[in-house]
Design a protein around this ligand. Structure first.
Ligand code: URA
Length: 321
């Protein structure tokens, strides 16, 4: 939020289909379509404006909604978090399965709410749904320690999907795209373990997975045959893979012990580590991704476990791309 609140203009109930773009010094009274208004909200979730303020930011030439005065109906909040259709969410609330704790009263206990249309400010809201605590997240950013023997596909062919390791709301969150829920940022092979990011924020996924962004990923490679300096030099100089005459090279590569290498890649070609290691006459026996950008896989996250990325994780990752 910009801190210059002098340009905030109060709006009395905002019409359902249009929103008035009002500001102290620019085009008072002109209209913006609802779709446009939604695109302008930070969360891109179906926010309902009951009473509010809008701010026209001349520097960015965009409308900003003041999150202090945005409320959403509880059924919509639950829906945005992936707890089912609006009807299912309304049912959960009416049946007494939902309690809430508001950001404005952090010391308060959770309070039962049975009114599906009750309005809450979603930012900072803590939900308790059927006994499970669920902090509101406008966008989902999660980290999974991928175990071996899982596929990064929604429709796996042989092994269980990594998505089965996530709770249903993360898989059911409504999105604007054809696929519901969070998506993996790139893929790891079924036998590869380690750090996997998932999100429903398309820009975040693109920033961290696009080869053009050169985000470094560190792999701990266990090899079948002993590793040596000749192999390392070749990996650093670049090797040619079968699908592209342009050589690919490791951004970093160092010997850890007789059968272990640490290797950093900045692209994400299919089976890239395995094919590069094969190109220097060796073979991968085990592969673990330990770092993405400036963030390490936390030591306390066991294989198969997931957790939300916090603000400092996101700052590290976003400063890597
Ligand atoms: N390179 C591979 O060969 N496999 C992976 O899973 C990741 C990178």
């Amino acid at each position: 939020m910009p801190d210059d609140h002098s340009k905030l203009v109060p709006l009395l109930p905002i019409p359902n289909r249009t929103v008035k773009r009002l500001c102290a010094d620019d085009s008072a009274g002109s209209r913006v379509k609802v779709g446009h208004r939604q695109a302008l909200t930070a969360q891109k979730t179906p926010v309902r404006y009951d009473w509010g303020f809008l701010l026209w930011d001349n520097n960015k030439s965009s409308l900003l909604a003041d999150p202090r005065v945005l409320t959403m109906q509880l059924q919509d909040i639950l829906y945005s978090q992936g707890f089912g259709t609006r009807r299912v969410c309304a049912g959960l609330i009416q049946q007494g399965w939902v309690s809430v704790r508001e950001a404005s009263s952090p010391n308060a206990e959770y309070a039962l709410c049975t009114e599906a249309t009750a309005g809450y400010e979603p930012e900072g809201l803590l939900l308790r749904v059927q006994g499970v605590d669920w902090p509101f997240h406008a966008k989902a950013y999660v980290l999974l320690h991928k175990p071996a023997g899982t596929e990064c596909s929604q429709k796996p062919s042989t092994y269980p999907s990594i998505y089965t390791l996530l709770p249903p709301p993360l898989r059911q969150r409504p999105t604007k795209s054809a696929v519901q829920g969070v998506q993996a940022v790139g893929r790891l092979d079924q036998d590869t373990t380690g750090m996997l990011l998932l999100s429903d924020d398309g820009q975040f996924i693109h920033r961290l997975s696009s080869p053009k962004k050169h985000v470094p990923k560190v792999y701990q490679v266990t090899t079948k045959h002993p590793v040596d300096e000749t192999q390392v030099s070749k990996l650093l100089a670049g090797v040619v893979l079968d699908d592209d005459p342009k050589p690919v090279r490791a951004a970093n590569c160092s010997i850890v012990d007789s059968h272990r290498l640490d290797m950093t890649l900045t692209e994400g070609k299919y089976h890239q580590v395995k094919r590069m290691i094969a190109a220097v006459g060796n073979r991968v026996d085990g592969l673990h991704r330990s770092r993405i950008g400036r963030m390490d896989l936390p030591a306390d996250l066991a294989p198969g476990q997931w957790r939300w990325l916090n603000a400092s994780d996101l700052a590290l990752l976003n400063s890597s791309a």
